[in-house]
Design a binder for this molecule. Sequence first.
Ligand SMILES: Nc1ncnc2c1ncn2[C@@H]1O[C@H](COP(=O)(O)OP(=O)(O)OP(=O)(O)O)[C@@H](O)[C@H]1O
Ligand SMILES: [Mg+2]
Length: 248
Amino acid sequence: MRKIACQNFKGGTGKTTSVVTLAHCLATAGKRVLIVDLDAQGNVGVSLGVEAPGGLYELLVDNRSLTECMVEARPNLFCILADASVAACETILVARPRREESLSRALRRLPEVVPDIDVVLLDCSPSLSILSQNALVYADELVIPVSMDYLAMVGANHVYDNLAMIEEFFDKRIRVAGILPTFFDQRVNMSKEVLAALRERYGDAVLTPIRTDTRMKQASSARQTIFEFSRRSRAGEDYQQVCRELFA
Ligand SMILES: Nc1ncnc2c1ncn2[C@@H]1O[C@H](COP(=O)(O)OP(=O)(O)OP(=O)(O)O)[C@@H](O)[C@H]1O
Ligand SMILES: [Mg+2]
């Protein structure tokens, strides 16, 4: 089972879109996938058009069972959803011993609850929160979406700094599975500059860029993934390619 966190401390870099799109790509290929939404914005449930009586708050704070806190949003695509209540998790967890390990403890029985689970994707909020730290303590790998602007690169650098701290403190290794360029537009100079800077800095870790595509926004407002919304789309093709690069 692969456990991959998706993080950038800059907002709006395509974290949720990448998690949802890659998860659906994997699920339609027959892999069993779990998305954990760690962001109080609750965008995973909104994007997929699903709700559930229990989610991350009930799992971490109320100690409800994994089965009760999970919903199968699409065949083979399971989700632990977040909503505004998750903001309160932070203040409650802060008082707990080994608070950064709360998620790891709660997901310990996952392979029994979802047999043959292949991949867990963790959608983080754009901040260095206790829940973001929980995601890194649980995950073995990290994908960092970087939109084509310098502030997103700064956000990615902060993710690396924090990663080093977590690795040292928790005595574990987390592999950066990929830097994912998002909102790429060949016609815009800034896109080309940032992509070149990423390749210079991170080399082979840089994945295929995801092109800007208005259908991506339309898909989420229709509560569909890009593959459901449009049979052919630029961003959909790019995500399929990235899926092959990450999971081949
Ligand atoms: N390739 C794309 N082309 C056009 N729009 C996109 C693309 N990818 C994502 N979007 C849109 O950009 C917005 C931000 O994307 P998303 O919510 O995935 O970012 P995020 O990093 O999760 O944001 P936050 O930091 O707030 O959690 C959304 O409205 C989404 O539909
Ligand atoms: Mg998000």
